[in-house]
Design a protein around this ligand. Sequence first.
Ligand code: AOF
Ligand code: ZN
Length: 413
Amino acid sequence: MTRRQRRSGQRRSGQRRVVARLAIQQWAETLGITKPTRTPPMTADDLPHMRAALALARRGLGTTWPNPSVGCVIVRDGRVVGRGFTQPGGRPHAEPVALAMAGDQAKGATAYVTLEPCCHWGRSPPCTDALIAAGVARVVVATADPDDRVNGQGLDRLEAAGIAVESGLLEAEAREILIGFSTRVALGRPMVTLKLASTLDGRIATHSGESQWITGTPARRLGHAMRGRHDAVMVGVGTVLADNPDLTCRIPGFRPTPNVRVIADSHLRTPLTSRLMATAAQVPTWFLMREGTNLAREDAFIGIGAKLLKIPGGSAGVNIEAAMRALGEAGLTRVLVEGGGQLAAALLRADLVDRIAWFHAPSVMGGDGWPAVQAFGVERLQAMPRFRRDCETVVGDDMLSEYTRQRSCSPVS
Ligand code: AOF
Ligand code: ZN
């Protein structure tokens, strides 16, 4: 039995109870039964506060890497006295932000936190100690922290200090917010969302190279919002040469810091005159280049402000597994890949795509257009990566379909 299993076993059998009745209520709500009949009044009051904490956590998505985005709400006598979420760069954590707002009112209050409070001395002091020092009486947590330095010990510490602790409220929602962080902890690489925008027959450019624009303005705006909730936007050098993109989130006020831009460019073919290079001093711009090539252009790239990550070579370009591991080592937890077709194929071949967000425009181009995903050698149907459809959304004239990879063993189960 692993330490983690032992801990979760202790948690189940100990005083701390997973809020099972609330799980039933969530299930009932999913089925459209909006007024569950057997909900104890005290725990029903907890739901809106945890929902508010989850909404706060979502606000930090894309900006807190390498740390997870966490939300915290502090409530005393039914009144919200403190609110906080993890700040850009990952610090301060959510709890000290909320505690600072609550001040003396935290005494005797309940803290709702989307992630188990940390109990280690990292680059900031333990949040457990801050909650204890503030005199918080009760802590309700949505999900445990998969970081080995915490993982159950944060809850133990709070309980040992006499605080009432409950865990498991709205856990599925919290895990969804945590998915980038937990993928990096479990697999050493970021969670990868592949975003594609194509015709109905999956084409992204005509054979003469025309590609702007296939989807409409609302879909492109939604694409910017997706950039806003990811740590980094990644493309292959072919897309840079074809489109000269900015790869930034251009919705005013959507995020406080720019997303990282990652370009898979094994031989540094990105033009020094491109938009990416023009803004590389202000917006983090990272190149995945093949190690051992020793190009004269390296100095120019570094001088402009780009970061070069040297990756072992692959069959074409860089080894994609090593590349994604390098991004994980650099701290990224959520990467949005926007193509082109070769990068999409390399990631799918290596089974590195966790989510797909596919915009389809109501148009047909035919087989001489460029495919959204290049060939990746599938011979048997069994070898295709399969995805579960999560939702479909009408976006202007276009349709967005979102999918999650079906794996026999999930990185975060
Ligand atoms: C919390 N609240 O808002 C976040 C937490 O390097 P440090 O000291 O900043 O610690 C990073 C770890 O803290 C990170 O790996 C994760 O386990 C936890 N993140 N914890 O109590 C927060 N962001
Ligand atoms: Zn903390």
